[in-house]
Design a protein around this ligand. Sequence first.
Ligand SMILES: Nc1nc2c(ncn2[C@@H]2O[C@H](COP(=O)(O)OP(=O)(O)OP(=O)(O)O)[C@@H](O)[C@H]2O)c(=O)[nH]1
Ligand SMILES: [Mg+2]
Length: 380
Amino acid sequence: MAGSNFVDYVKIFCRSGKGGKGSTHFHREKTIPKGGPDGGDGGRGGHVIMRANKDLWTLIHLKYARHCFAGHGEGGSKSRSFGKDGKDIIIEVPLGTVAYDGETGEFIAELPEHGQEFCLVKGGRGGLGNWHFRSSTNQTPHYAQPGEPMQERTVVLELKVLADVGLVGFPNAGKSTLLSVVSAAKPEIANYPFTTLVPNLGIVSYRDNKSFCIADIPGIIEGAHEGKGLGLRFLRHIERNAILLFMVPADADDIKKEYEILLNELAQYNPELLDKQRLLAVTKCDMLDEELTEALQKGIPEGIKTVFISSVANIGLTELKDMLWEELNKEENRVMTISHRPIDLRIIEKEEPEEEIDYEEIPEEEEEEENFKGIGWDEQ
Ligand SMILES: Nc1nc2c(ncn2[C@@H]2O[C@H](COP(=O)(O)OP(=O)(O)OP(=O)(O)O)[C@@H](O)[C@H]2O)c(=O)[nH]1
Ligand SMILES: [Mg+2]
């Protein structure tokens, strides 16, 4: 199955690195008996950073590597030498990834653009060496700062794919078929509900080498917000689309009613989805003759641009693409800001049970021996 590797939800455990401790060291040389403090600063602990990468399209690479531990900073040493900074961990994620706090479900950050970065947990700062603490009244400070401790956090990453047009329809409405004829995508198509289990993306080449992206998501049924069918969890993938293309088959009992059911399910998920520009495609029109088409015209909902198409017989597809392109280029449809509501972790965990994260501590690094072994000035 084309999309079996598609993972759009993953819970990861992040731990930053500890800051290295400052050194308590005194300068020693044959000819200089009282060299003074020269303990260097500890290095910074590594951060755990997530970075958007346009070449990725799923979170599967994190599913089996869910522990993200950054390196610890090294301690400072003699001659005011700085300790090495801990290694940062960079978590590459697809564009459109949103991070939520794993404990509270609160929104943390989203990365819609390539190369954008966000620090999930900061590494501890390195401690200052004793050199910093010298003063006229204390010329032999026998202390240095310890490094800052590491931080830990569980983070839920959710992918909300970035596409221009999102297809919304009941199962079997012909969404995947449309995607397969207007783009090079090869989604699974079959005459039974819920053929599509994960979203598919396709790039539609338009006139003059222009293109736009369509997302085909699993079908929605009445009561999806109560968990019926595949529920509403895939609706997150249309949250960022500029346009929603509703698809109702021509042989539906009541096109208007189906459209309203779909609208209602969207509203239940996130009322902001209703602010998006909507178009309606009545699909499978090859099954209609002229008379039936006319009869159907009366049953279509008002106030929405409608196009009659058939993916199989190539009816109305150019008109549809023209309409989509026109709408995509309207300034008012470009605003794609959405507010990410906190996620309800209980629901998500019920839908996508994950094996428990193993919080077992990784073995602590051996504490470094303190560099200072000599004697201070006053002891000489
Ligand atoms: N006659 C006719 N049949 C079509 C047309 N488009 C799709 N179909 C048929 O409708 C059935 C369902 O098509 P899909 O594209 O899998 O429907 P879907 O909306 O993706 O369905 P789910 O993935 O289950 O949500 C298939 O048997 C298609 O061959 C069309 O334009 N005309
Ligand atoms: Mg499908």
